[in-house]
Design a protein around this ligand. Structure first.
Ligand code: ADP
Ligand code: MG
Length: 260
C-alpha cells in the first residue's frame, strides 16, 4: 500500500468515524503483511472491534440519558452471594418480555442486597434494546412532581413520566411520603397501569406501605396497580456493601494485600 493510499484510507475512516478500525489498523496491516491473518479475517476482526465500540457508546449514551446511578449489568451480579434470589427469574426478566407485556417488577429487600444493581441492570438491557428508559429515585421523582404542580405544569410532567416504556423508581420507602406525595405517586402509577412497565425497589414490606404513605386507601390503590401483572423478587440475604466487614480478620487482611 502506498503512503498516499494509506492516508486516503485514514481520511475515510476518520470521515466515517470508524475510530476503532483506525486505531487498530497499523497492527492489522502488519499481521496481514506477515501472513498471520488473511485479509477477510483481518477485516472481520476490525469490524468486530468497531461494533463493540459502538455498542459501548450506545450503552454510555443510554446511561447518561436514562440516569442510571452506575453501570452494573447482570453479568456483574454474583448470584452465589445471594442464594435466596432466583437466578432463572432474573434471566427471564432480562429477556424484557415483561416490558413488552407491560408488567411490573418489584424488588423488595434489606439494604445492600442488590436491588438497585438488578433494577439498573434490567434498565440498561432495556435502553440497549431501544426502549425509552428512565431511572429516578422516589425522592427526586416526588420533588419533580411537586415542583411541576406548584408551577402549574403537573399534567405535562405526569405525561412525561407516564410515557417511558420502562420507569425505574428506586428506593420507595427510605423516607416517609406526605399525603401530597402519595397522591402524586398514585396518579403516575395509575397512568402507567397496564400500559407501561415500572420497576420499583423498596426496603419496606408491602404490609407497611399504609404507614409509609400515611393513608391506607392510597397505599392499597398504589399496591393494587403495581402488583397486578407483576414479578415480585424478595431478596433475603446479607448486604454486599458490608460483606467484608464480617469476614474473619485474616481473610480481610489478605484481601487488602491482594488489592495493593
Ligand atoms: P440495594 O439497592 O439493595 O441497597 P445495591 O444494588 O445498591 O443495593 O448494591 C450495593 C452495592 O453492592 C452496589 O455497588 C452493587 O453493585 C453491589 N452488589 C450488591 N449485591 C451484589 C452481588 N450479589 N454481586 C455483585 N455486586 C453486588
Ligand atoms: Mg438501592
Amino acid at each position: 500500500m502506498t503512503a498516499k493510499n494509506y492516508n486516503r484510507l485514514i481520511n475515510n475512516l476518520d470521515e466515517l468515524k470508524l475510530r476503532s478500525i483506525r486505531d487498530a489498523l497499523p497492527e492489522y496491516l502488519t499481521l496481514v503483511d506477515q501472513n498471520e491473518k488473511d485479509f477477510i479475517q483481518a477485516l472481520y476482526e476490525l469490524t468486530e472491534l468497531e461494533k463493540e465500540a459502538k455498542q459501548e457508546r450506545i450503552i454510555r449514551a443510554c446511561v447518561r440519558t436514562a440516569g442510571f446511578p452506575f453501570m452494573k449489568e447482570i453479568s456483574d451480579f454474583d448470584f452465589g452471594f445471594q442464594p435466596s434470589l432466583n437466578k432463572g427469574k432474573i434471566m427471564e426478566l432480562s429477556t424484557l418480555r415483561f416490558v413488552e407485556n407491560h408488567e411490573n417488577v418489584l424488588f423488595l429487600g434489606t439494604p445492600g442486597t442488590g436491588k438497585t444493581h438488578l433494577a439498573t441492570a434490567l434498565g440498561i438491557e432495556a435502553a440497549r434494546s431501544h426502549y425509552s428508559t428512565c431511572f429516578i429515585s422516589c425522592q427526586t421523582l416526588i420533588e419533580h412532581l411537586k415542583r411541576a404542580e406548584h408551577e402549574n405544569r403537573l399534567e405535562d410532567k405526569l405525561k412525561h413520566y407516564a410515557r417511558y416504556r420502562l420507569l425505574i423508581i428506586d428506593e420507595i420507602g427510605y423516607l416517609n411520603l406526605d399525603s401530597r406525595a402519595a397522591n402524586l405517586l398514585f396518579q403516575l402509577i395509575s397512568r402507567r397501569y397496564e400500559k407501561r412497565s415500572t420497576i420499583i425497589t423498596t426496603n419496606v414490606e408491602f404490609g407497611e406501605w399504609e404507614r409509609l404513605l400515611g393513608d391506607p386507601v392510597i397505599a392499597n390503590a398504589i399496591l393494587d396497580r403495581l402488583l397486578h401483572h407483576s414479578h415480585v423478587l424478595k431478596i433475603m440475604g446479607p448486604s454486599y456493601r458490608t460483606k467484608d466487614i464480617f469476614k474473619p480478620k485474616k481473610e480481610r487482611l489478605q484481601k487488602v494485600g491482594a488489592d495493593d
